[in-house]
Write a protein that binds this ligand. Sequence first.
Ligand code: ADP
Ligand code: MG
Length: 448
Amino acid sequence: MNEITPAQWERVRERLRAEFGEATFNTWLKGLAYVGTQGGRVTLGAGTRYAREYVMANYVDRLRAACREECPAIHQVEIVVQPRNAAPQPAAPGRGRDGAATIGNDGDIGSPLDPRYTFENFVVGPPNEFAHAAARRVAEADAAPYNPLFIYGGVGLGKSHLMHAIGWHIRRRQPDRKIVYLSSEHFFYRFVGALRSKDTMAFKQQFRAVDILMVDDVQFLIGKESTQDEFYNTFNALADLNKQMIFTADKSPADMDKLDDRLRSRLGWGLVADIHPSDYELRLGILQTKAQQLGGTTVPERVLEFLAHRITTNVRELEGALNRLLAHHNLVGRPITPEMAQEVLRDLLRAADRKVNVEDIQKLVATHYNIRLNEMNSSRRARSIARPRQVAMWLCKQLTPRSLPEIGRKFSRDHTTVMHAVRKIDELRMTDRALAEDLELLRRQLEG
Ligand code: ADP
Ligand code: MG
């Protein structure tokens, strides 16, 4: 036999699952579809271009080896983009027991989960892969693996989305566990209401009957002493019972000013995971996914690329831009082109137009690492010089519209050196916390 049978493909998948673990497998490998084998070449389908590229860059060697172990005639694996037309949908809210988003004797202590916010609809890339993996882990565990899971990051970067996704996943797998999702304003108003009606006992009881408590945007609880106390008590009660808690906020517990110290240390007990601002590839991946889900109208790739380049603030704004283009198209029938986008999105683009140039980046990075500016294009290769240079190249790639050869010229190097630098930094920042923080800080200084 010189082709992979369905049973063999199943075994290849099992091998990869065992090798890479559930989280990676689910994000990158599970969605690959077997298309066919011809002349020793296996063809697989990925849902988006982003997924294809990521798998090609990171897993294709292992994929090939695993296929080969099943069928020695295989010598090559190729991946084609094969959009799935309909993303798998979670149980619709408000239908039957499964859809019931609220619990409690007297009904609603939580808010419903948003059916759009599932893991299937969440695009993973380096800026959010840690938070995503942590969320997956919590969603798939039977007992709380980290308690609490604390996800933080800027506005519109997908914190609520991940939280809802955990909720949907658990609800599907274990419909009997009681999940409560609520915004912290909601928590606060419930609590004030209970105080007013002198019924804090019932309030406590309700929360303590919960299996999984998710409180979104906890920064709003901070500075309100009465709720901090109540929050702390509820937290302790649930932690003692080993109930899973998940929180999101705009900052890490360590950076929240008005947080009570007891609460600060408690919140940091489990796992604190951050979501970074998106990079170009992630933005493009998200746009491709959203554009596919919208169906009907096709949005040209170059328009998606234009948006991913120009709208860098957050994902919510990116989605808003795409929706606005579609609305214009549908209402007045204008074809969607980069020129049309430029016009329709004038206000958004102007806000995003704060220009950063290569020279500013070189200067700032040199100062930050305490090296001389002319080391940026010197030929020295000492680590203490080469690393900052790579950081500067990475920032140029992220923050300016310059191409790799253009960036290379500014550093007296060719584009392959820049490409290597970008890859290297992308790789290092996943494991090197201090470097990741440096990058974030530099980026903020440049953009701010
Ligand atoms: P936050 O809670 O961090 O402010 P949200 O979770 O509300 O942000 O996300 C804002 C919007 O962007 C939502 O519509 C969400 O679905 C979308 N979004 C954010 N990150 C992603 C992602 N990685 N993949 C797909 N959609 C995303
Ligand atoms: Mg949110």
